[in-house]
Design a binder for this molecule. Structure first.
Ligand code: NAD
Ligand code: FE2
Length: 370
């Protein structure tokens, strides 16, 4: 773990508005910035309620798919030609696409030209991010993930030019998220915090956000699953997701996300549930290497780390209504060894896990989750 004396860089969107009803600020902000041709990137659920943005009937690419791929991105870039402001309106899928559209529109460069770290060109357009799930924290970050259908892997692109000018976190927008998606995305937000907190490159600055995020999920996720209109719980989760997004920047995730990735890329599980399924297993496998931090995580989630960490974490997820077996999501058992090979190759995440996991370790972990 890094000490307080280690340097760290944190990037933030220029302006962030948080709170129920804050979406009302959007029209005024757009006018003040002098943007004239806003263009919304949304999934179908959010494309059907553009009136909530309070900016008339903006042009929109409203067919963002969950875990978007290169085709979905290229269609969005084409549709956005001629705009001067990109607005991401949705969950991580819409916001990740919006980040990439904002650096690609009008630039004539394919994703392969800008993917990876620090290759994207400066934006020629404005960028606003408006999250409608409480999960990824993508709204505060510089990273976007796009699935390559050929290699069935996620392409990560990271650039400070993909950071938003304005983020509006209005928790009222999340009231309509159904219980299953609420639970899965809430565990994802918590997993961002947990993995950053226990990472080999954990940093005290980020630890403070991580621990608050974990506590908020412990306090509010069950409430939001039970009653989607519980405004305090929804706000608590939106804040937790934001803290998780801060954790992703300079520290990022570790084994949980690496092991979850093949579930999405090979078997089409949504990001949230894929990470929820893996979360208890990685928490347990890392527990001996990070005992004090694991104890704080378990306490925040309402169980005791001196007992069965795996059982406690799994029970936490199950009580949210999540079936915690890979087999329930049509993952073929005979693919587990290939998935383990693939996960093991995601060194950008696994190298920071507090415990070194071999291909066999990961296969065992999948079998235990099956
Ligand atoms: N950039 C990052 O740092 C980062 C971090 C984690 C994940 N991700 C990416 O984010 C994506 C996942 O994002 P997600 O988990 O938010 O899911 P999502 O954006 O795919 O949305 C999940 C589902 O919820 C629906 N939905 C969204 N808002 C809703 C609302 N308010 N009411 C009802 N339904 C709503 C969507 O239409 C969709 O069907 C993945 O592609 C993942 O790779 C990015
Ligand atoms: Fe995640």
């Amino acid at each position: 773990m890094l000490a307080l004396t280690h340097e760290i860089e944190m990037l933030r969107p220029a302006t962030l508005r948080f709170g129920a009803g804050t979406l009302e600020c959007l029209a005024e902000w757009i006018a003040a910035q002098g943007h004239r041709r806003p263009f919304v990137i949304a999934d179908p659920v959010n494309a059907a309620r553009l009136d909530r943005l309070g900016i008339g009937t903006p042009a929109c690419f409203g067919t963002v798919v969950p875990e978007p791929d290169i085709d979905n991105l290229e269609a969005a870039v084409r549709a956005a030609e001629g705009s001067d402001l990109i607005i991401g309106f949705g969950g991580g899928s819409a916001m990740d696409l919006a980040k990439l559209v904002a650096v690609m529109v009008g630039q004539g460069r394919p994703l392969s030209d800008i993917s990876g770290p620090h290759r994207a060109p400066p934006r020629a357009v404005g960028l606003v991010q408006i999250p409608t799930t409480a999960g990824t924290g993508s709204e505060v970050g510089t990273r976007a993930l796009i699935t390559d259908p050929e290699t069935r892997s996620k392409i990560a692109t990271e650039s400070r030019h993909m950071l938003a000018d304005l983020v509006v976190i209005d928790p009222e927008l999340t009231h309509s998220v159904p219980p299953f998606v609420t639970a899965a995305t809430g565990v994802d937000a918590m997993a961002h915090c947990v993995e950053a907190f226990t990472s080999k490159r954990a940093h005290p600055i980020i630890d403070a956000y991580a621990m608050q995020g974990i506590e908020l999920v412990g306090r509010y996720l069950q409430r939001a699953v039970d009653d989607g209109t519980d405004a305090e719980a929804r706000a608590g989760l939106s804040l937790a997701a934001f803290y998780g997004g801060i954790c992703l920047g300079p520290v990022n995730t570790t084994a949980g996300h690496a092991v979850a990735y093949p579930l999405g890329t090979r078997h089409k599980l949504a990001h949230g549930i894929a990470n929820a399924l893996i979360f208890p297993h990685v928490l347990a496998v890392n527990a001996a290497a990070t005992p004090e931090k694991t104890a704080r995580i378990c306490t925040a989630l309402g169980f005791d780390s001196t007992g069965d960490v795996l059982g406690g974490a799994r029970a936490f997820c199950e009580s949210l209504g999540l079936d915690m077996h890979l087999r329930a999501y049509d993952v073929p058992e005979d693919d587990l060894p290939v998935m383990a090979q693939e996960a093991h190759g995601i060194r950008r995440l696994l190298d920071w896990n507090p415990v070194d996991l071999s291909v066999d370790d990961i296969t065992r972990l999948y079998r235990a989750a099956y």
